[in-house]
Ligand binder design. Structure first.
Ligand SMILES: [Zn+2]
Length: 394
């Protein structure tokens, strides 16, 4: 699905949360609010509510993406998954005001959706006067008197407001943490210090959630979070996820800082073995793949570069056919080969490798092969020059 030129991907884990929301509404919340409703009404309203919930999560993510685009950051894909949504940006903002607006627009969108839903649920609702008596039985009567449409809007309204508040917690990489980082970045003019602080707060918050979750699993009842082992597991899980995300974001920044402005020509493999198109594949295996640590070979015909052949191309061919097949038949022609330039940023090349799910890219200069930029070389360079601990991949 595409909206405004952005790919919308749905992760399989979303099905789990969809089923969880629909089930807990259909079997828990709605029968409690509306003892008179039959199971069919409960389930239909619950399914519609779960669908609209994801539509509002998508609206939240789209708002980030559109503000990002207005600031020159392309968002290629939004993935909806178990914790809501995630927008994949090509790169992070390079000025703090862009980061600030991009981060804060999401919670604002959720808040507006939430308030509009609650307002719509309330317009002309029967028994609104009864609720003004202010006592609890009146509130229950009011809830029971709401039709399925208004009930759905009321639930959607409050869940969007919860979503806005949760995202505003100043724990990086939540939206609130990004807002905090942007402000720290603006005051200290030091992105790294700002990220370190915001990410430390994010981790502290994550550990708090994990501790609260464990306490609830052991039977404690906490204010606001409630009690129960199931809620506790859920809370601890969110905490664990946030802690990982906070750590990853900080390491990503370190990786980015260490690789930025390093031309890939400085860390690529220069001395390349080349092969020729008529070479049988079994010779490629025995004389090249097994004898060198090179995993991709430029295929040269005369003085013309015809393509690139990789270990993966060989693996796809049944072993019995290696003798009768030539390199020409399994190589990628130049029109399909991803190439880089020696002056390209090593960081951009690492991102390119991750995006295409490949391990190396051919480096060309003035129509000639200059070398091979491999993921392993970039990671080795990072291990020797970069931060103490580097995550695998960008
Ligand atoms: Zn957000």
């Amino acid at each position: 699905m595409r909206i405004a030129g952005i790919d919308i991907t749905v992760d399989w884990s979303l099905l789990i949360i969809f089923a969880l929301i629909a089930t807990s509404l259909a079997l828990g919340q709605f029968p409690q609010w509306h003892p008179a409703w039959g199971p069919l009404t409960c389930w239909l309203t619950a399914l519609a509510a779960a669908l609209l919930f994801f539509a509002s999560v998508l609206a939240h993510e789209l708002s980030h993406s559109l503000v990002g685009r207005a600031n020159g950051i392309q968002v290629k894909r939004i993935t909806l998954f178990v914790f809501g949504g995630m927008a994949q940006m090509e790169h992070e903002p390079d000025r703090w005001p862009a980061e600030l607006w991009m981060a804060i627009v999401g919670p604002i969108t959720s808040l507006i959706i939430g308030l509009l839903c609650i307002l719509a649920a309330g317009i002309g609702a029967p028994g609104a006067a009864a609720a003004q008596a202010g006592n609890v039985p009146a509130l229950e009567r009011l809830l029971a008197g709401l039709d399925p449409g208004r009930t759905l809007l009321l639930w959607l309204g409050q869940i969007n407001i919860v979503l806005a508040i949760f995202n505003l917690v100043p724990a990086f990489p939540l939206d609130g943490g990004r807002v905090l980082r942007a402000i720290l970045w603006g005051t200290t003019h030091d992105l790294r210090r700002a990220t370190r602080l915001a990410s430390a707060l994010g981790q502290a918050f994550a550990w708090m959630l994990i501790a609260a979750g464990i306490a609830m699993m052991l039977g404690a009842s906490l204010p606001y979070f409630g009690s129960g082992a199931a809620n506790g597991i859920w809370l601890a899980f969110i905490g664990w996820f946030l802690n990982n995300a906070a750590l990853m974001s900080y390491r990503q920044l370190l990786t980015r800082e260490h690789l930025q402005d390093v031309p890939v020509g400085r860390l690529m493999l220069r001395q390349l073995e080349t092969v020729w198109p008529d070479m049988p594949v079994d010779m490629l295996v025995s004389n090249f793949l097994l004898r060198t640590d090179q995993r991709a070979f430029p295929v040269v015909e005369g003085d013309r570069l015809a393509g690139l052949v990789c270990q993966r191309d060989v693996e796809r061919l049944p072993q019995a056919q290696r003798h009768s097949t030539s390199v020409r038949d399994i190589m990628k022609p130049m029109s399909q080969v991803v190439v880089a330039h020696p002056n390209d940023d090593a960081l951009d090349v690492l991102n390119l490798l991750a995006q295409r799910d490949i391990n190396q890219v051919l480096v060309m200069e003035d129509g000639r092969v200059a070398g091979l930029a491999r993921r392993a070389d970039i990671l080795r360079w990072l291990a020797l020059h970069g931060p103490a601990k580097v995550p695998p991949g960008p």
